[in-house]
Design a protein around this ligand. Structure first.
Ligand SMILES: C[S@@+](CC[C@H](N)C(=O)[O-])C[C@H]1O[C@@H](n2cnc3c(N)ncnc32)[C@H](O)[C@@H]1O
Length: 246
């Protein structure tokens, strides 16, 4: 049976996509709900613990709010914290994010290793976006919080990039909506990346709740124990994040 964590108010917790920095709930409540989601990932054997530096996360959030140009995003404050926490806890040496649009989803992951929220040193943090103008905007945004240039933004098809990848990926984040395929492109992406995913690699997939229909083939693949050891649908908001471990 598919594993699922859901916040009791996931259907009513709503953000304004055009104003992603507006407070939706007191931060103490956000922290408590994210803690419960992290507990579910510990129970599933995906995370070893739920400790992350709340002050560094606050600095990361402030830098993104002040320095990023974000036309819109569906990454809620709760999910921003979940993504940062998973990266801060697992500390991927190589993190790859595909379909990064303006870079907000990228930095929600990479912000654990670059910028004022950094808590470890990564070797590669790659963001892939097929639209060159959005990739350029993501690059400008990331440069504002990462003057050292560790962050790497690539303008190309994520499927091709993953197919040709020659190193191990410790954490893969999926958020592309392929032309004519929508989110079902996630399955193409994870299958293109399989050779680079080691036992213990983590795959995160946005929209596991609101796009569960188009993601049915992807979700079935990730929840097949012959393919991935565990997979949990983390529903802290009405978008959802499937968290899987190889
Ligand atoms: C709608 S955005 C994701 C937005 C994100 N969920 C958020 O809330 O900020 C999806 C992005 O995937 C990109 N994309 C689509 N197909 C892709 C592919 N094959 N490789 C890389 N990026 C792709 C699109 O250009 C688009 O910018």
């Amino acid at each position: 049976m598919a594993q699922r964590f859901e916040a009791s108010d996931w259907q009513t917790y709503k953000m304004d996509f055009q104003h992603p920095h507006r407070e939706i709930e007191p931060v103490e409540r956000e922290i408590a709900i994210v803690d419960k989601a992290l507990d579910a990932l510990i129970s599933a054997g995906i995370l070893p613990h739920k400790e992350y530096d709340h002050e560094r996360f606050r600095a990361h959030r402030a830098a993104v709010r002040d320095l990023f140009e974000i036309p819109w995003t569906a990454i809620t404050p709760r999910l921003q914290r979940v993504l940062y926490a998973i990266n801060a806890i697992t500390q991927p040496r190589v993190m790859v994010a595909t379909g990064i649009f303006c870079g907000n989803t990228y930095i929600s992951n990479a912000g654990a290793a670059i910028g004022p929220g950094a808590c470890y040193t990564a070797s590669r943090l790659v963001g892939i976006e097929i639209k060159p103008d959005e990739a350029a905007r993501a690059r400008r945004n990331v440069a504002r919080v990462d003057p050292t240039g560790v962050g790497e933004i690539v303008a190309m098809d994520g499927v091709a990039w993953l197919r040709d990848c020659t190193e191990e990926i410790d954490l893969l984040y999926l958020d592309a909506n392929g032309a004519g395929k929508g989110k079902s492109i996630y399955l193409d992406m994870v299958q293109a990346a399989l050779h680079s995913l080691r036992p213990g690699s983590i795959v995160l997939a946005h929209n596991s709740q609101n796009d569960s229909g188009t993601l049915a083939d992807y979700l079935a693949f990730m929840r097949d124990p012959k393919q991935f050891r565990e997979s949990v649908n983390v529903v802290v908001d009405d978008q959802g994040l499937e968290v899987s471990i190889r």
